[in-house]
Design a protein. Sequence first.
Length: 205
Amino acid sequence: MSELATLYIVAAPSGAGKSSLLISLLEHLEGVRVSVSHTTRAPRPGEVDGEHYNFVSVDDFKAMVARDAFIEHAEVFDNFYGTSREWVESQLQQGTDVILEIDWQGARLVRELFPKAVGVFILPPSRQALQARLKGRGQDSDEIIARRMRDAVSESSHYGEFDYLIVNDDFDTARQELASIIVANRQKIGLQSTKLAPMIEELLA
């Protein structure tokens, strides 16, 4: 991993508000980008190719897997998702913090390649709130919502594998807590010593 930037893994059960938090975070914090995953699922209303996801065919996705183009990839809800290795590494080398919006299984794979990656898990405040959010989308049938609820419980049981835990009850508070993790991490000795090397050298001369 680059000594100028940090790779973050942000995971959450479906409906916890992870995507909305990250969109808001980017509006309030500079120097960080969210990786745009490749996926074989169909775009949802309002989603833009290359902005929300890189939408590809199953054949194209499998070809990328074959040439080891992904840091991690997984099958979720009968669709494939993957994180571009080339894009992530180039951003880190440029000094830009990168957030991977992936599940706990992908997080395990990423940590094998990037041991210094920082993991953040986001939980909803309650089961009732989670179900209300899933229904509020108005995009899924009751059967799919029930399935997502079951998967959410399973996903949430892995929160202990991450470094930080945030409960998305009040949206602004949760966003500030997420931002504070990134800002505080930027002040660590290892990162600061590299970024501020000329200034420190002059100061101590």
